[in-house]
Design a protein around this ligand. Sequence first.
Ligand SMILES: [Zn+2]
Length: 431
Amino acid sequence: MIWNKVESSSLENLRKLQTKRLKETVKRVYTLTPFYKKKIDELGISLKDIKSIEDIVKLPFTKKQDLRDHYPFGLFTVPMSQVIRVHSSSGTTGKPTVVGYTEHDMDVWDEVMARVFKMAGTTEEDIVHNAYGYGLFTGGLGLHNGAAKVKATVIPSSGGFTDRQVMLMKDFGATILASTPSFALHMAEAASKAGIDYKKDFKLKAGIFGAEPTSKGLKKEVSKVWGIDYHEIYGLSEIIGPGVSCSCKHSDLLHIFEDHFYPEIIDSKTGKVLPDGERGELVITSLTKQALPIIRYRTGDITSLKREPCACGRTMVRMESVVGRADDMMIINGVNIYPSQIEHVISQTEGLTINYQIVVSKKGHLDALDILIEISDDVMIDSISEIENIKKSIQHNLLNNLYINANVKLVEPRSIERSVGKAIRIIDKRD
Ligand SMILES: [Zn+2]
């Protein structure tokens, strides 16, 4: 199901549309925000130099710190009387990042979220259980409005209260689940503890999962445990919220709605644009935003772009699932490593759950890596030699594939602390 025919437009038409929209956006930020005027002037370019979408590389980057420096509304290009919604992302230190929406911006957000729900096969017959947090975080309301736009029934359950959520999902007959993947697993465990046969007692057919880094293994486990199609959604509040991209049922890659959000991949150290297929930092330019247009925003997310045609008929460029953050990459004895790469290795071993924790510490001058992994409930391991063999095989795979030495510890089911929101995967004791 494709919501809007623009999703399958020809590349030529798409580039024309993007060019027109980029010119309008650059004119808007240049004339309405001293911040962008100064940055563009400093680069010695003028509006005339932006003749096509390819000229985007001439424009300056925007960083999260730029939004913080203009807290709260300094980069808005409309008076507050035209802003009908404000969201913010939680900052672990200092002030949050604030974003605003005009009525037009809300329409764009609803539109891209409707595309997401159609990608997951949602119709007006569906009951959407939305367990993303409602509030200043964009997740809850973003998903809510998209489900409403395609006229599904929305259950705005928000986060927390796992047992009650499981009961409501069963009793209300939810068919689509929207949540973080770790919360989906958490709910499956709660359902199983309550003695509910969640494959038989639930009517779920698909899920829209996102808001945390997700490995192939975690996707597979969520999809298997619930017996549903897995659609990964990606977004960030600085660009719009959820709804920048989403995966269709034909692959793990996420279609980017590039008529509204233009993507580039750069080398995060040099800022140089990388060719399709190469991994680097995702940079996005909003092409239609009014309240807070943003030029070449550095997301900090590491991914790559693929332009091959997709069996679903959509022509929009696809990104691979984010493999890590430019800033949460770990360096272990000189080797660059993302937690998702370790998770991928774990997921290839039978009998282990995807719940794990990485502990990095110093032993003398060297970095030491301990990885705690839970054994699955349904696996009977009764000999010590069997545990030893599993440990050895994971350690061997980590060394072979990722060039890291790790001490693997297999632990009891559910002995690693669960978090209802985002899972804490790394404990770094080095500093
Ligand atoms: Zn597709």
